[in-house]
Design a protein around this ligand. Structure first.
Ligand code: SF4
Length: 252
């Protein structure tokens, strides 16, 4: 039985297309650095699923800048996070992350199918920047696996987590070692990127984002009140709104 390195080498040799799922965050950036060191440029395609209106400024520019010279694409879902929350009258939850499945995974998988068709290919490796250190759930993920659900219509589809074993210091040093910098939000105090206000964010990150983006923060607070549901899951049975968590009140 082959190990992951041998599996990846065999797939490179078979001319598989490697898709890099890029959020603009540090993990995606480090993953891309690893993938581009292994896989020929012509076999790499970068995809960013953009969540309009709720992401950090400059994310798209950061991706294009750090992936310069590589085939890169931005996709968008046909609904926004706010529309989704309004329609469902509740926010997504960490357990059922409809934000990820509907606004990111769905559009990315559709784009992958199109890209394969466009290139006349049937072999794909979908690379994601999840790391074991992030949570016990992520630690249990398989680093490399055949994706049965997406292996249809003649397609052979694999999922790969190239930096699953990286700790956070290694992520930053990987970026630094090639002379790049992470997105500016890390320097501004954030520990994670993607949506400015994530359903899984820490109190510290929520506070930092609220201070950096007061208007967007006010929109989240207003929607919490409108639908009567808090963005963050209850803690010890108590549901707290963003204002209580961050200690930052909205004037409106
Ligand atoms: S960053 Fe958070 S809120 Fe945004 S899509 Fe991902 S899980 Fe959902």
């Amino acid at each position: 039985m082959k190990n992951t390195t041998e599996e990846i080498q065999a797939l490179i040799h078979r001319k598989a297309l490697f898709i890099v799922n890029h959020s603009g965050g540090k993990d995606s950036q480090a993953m891309f650095i690893k993938v581009r060191a292994l896989v020929p440029r012509a076999q790499i395609h970068v995809i960013h699923a953009h969540l309009s209106g709720v992401e950090w400024e400059g994310v798209i520019e950061h991706i294009f800048e750090t992936c310069e010279g590589f085939s890169t694409q931005v996709v968008k879902a046909n609904k926004t996070l706010f529309e989704m929350a309004r329609h469902r009258q509740k926010w997504p939850s960490p357990k059922y992350r409809q934000c990820t499945s509907d606004l990111k995974r769905g559009p990315i998988e559709k784009a992958i199918r199109h890209e394969l068709k466009k290139r006349g290919l049937f072999l794909v490796v979908n690379c994601m920047g999840l790391r074991a250190e992030e949570s016990s759930n992520r630690a249990k993920k398989e680093v490399f696996k055949y994706n049965l659900r997406n292996s249809k219509a003649g397609r052979e589809w694999y999922d790969w987590l190239p930096i699953h074993d990286y700790v956070v210091d290694r992520v930053f040093s990987t970026i630094e070692d090639v002379g790049e910098t992470p997105h500016w939000a890390y320097e501004a105090g954030m520990t994670r990127l993607s949506c400015c206000f994530c359903i899984m964010a820490s109190k510290r990150d929520l506070r930092t984002a609220a201070m950096l983006y007061p208007e967007l923060y006010a929109e989240y607070v207003a929607l919490e009140k409108e639908i009567g549901h808090t963005l963050m899951m209850p803690s010890k049975g108590i549901a707290l709104g963003l204002e209580s968590i961050t200690g930052i009140q909205c004037s409106a």
